[in-house]
Design a protein around this ligand. Sequence first.
Ligand code: FES
Ligand SMILES: [Fe+2]
Length: 337
Amino acid sequence: MLNTRQPVLRNFWYAALPVAKLDEGPKPFRLLGQDIVLFLDAAGQPAALEDRCCHRTAKLSKGWIRNGHIVCGYHGWEYDGTGKLVNIPQFPFEQAVPDARARSFHAKARYGYVWVCLGEPIDDIPDLPYEDDLTFRRIHQFDELWRCSALRMMENSFDNAHFAFVHKGTFGDIDQPKPEKYELIETHYGFVADTIVPVRNPPQAARITGTSEPWTRRKMRNAWFMPFCRTMDMEYPSGLRHVIFNSATPVDDGSIQLIQILYRNDREEDCSTEELIAWDKAIIEEDRGILESTDPDAIVDMGRKLEMHMPSDRPGMLMRKRLNALLEAHGEHEVPR
Ligand code: FES
Ligand SMILES: [Fe+2]
């Protein structure tokens, strides 16, 4: 699926970047091929505007912030958080500023990230109950550009047949290629997929899993939030929960901003942030290596390309079926390359 050709995808919220990055000043971001600028408005809330000054088209992200307004770096025109032009410094004091604006988009802060919706939101930002649960801490793990499509990343998130191969260097076992089955429950926002997976537990994972046994088990409850977010809630026999949230934010047709937030029901002294990042980094680099080799024109129409469906492909198939239904409900069809 080529994301930029499916207008309905503009009607979802996507995590863009950590709110803290906006303390440094305005930041450019590309979402579904649309260049935007993000900044903090006069109330300290995130604002998203088209990254174009309506004077001579300079990118507003080249400018700076003054009293919660974004100042264009070319001739100093100033816009507020709604995109309204509020100052032209070359005008005499008594001359009114013309009624002009930069296009604005919905923006919100949630879970430490700026979320943006380019159209009218169909659904709310995914609800992460761990956020308000005091037994969990939140760790900002990754926020990086990957050269793969958002749908391929999402399919991979529910595909446990890749563990034995892609993750043979970390938790996977090449001698156990037969994946466990998922129980799937459809929800209004996507689905929940439950399974239990035996995993290798090398010494560097002992504090992650809470055991030094060479093998352990993950009870996994994964949730898919249409179109490109998921949570992977892993519970180990030690009682430790390692819950990963990902947003495969579609930058354009061939790249995503891969965002990963971790929730853990332990404390820093049990397992340091540094350790948690190092272990999960090794795992996502394995995924990244293979995902960046896949075709970004990832189909939703199951008939278009041949795939020999394995039982472990069921979540991916359901995902594509739901996305196809979404496109059809909005009068869209997949546009082949
Ligand atoms: S191009 Fe922005 S002020 Fe002139
Ligand atoms: Fe993986």
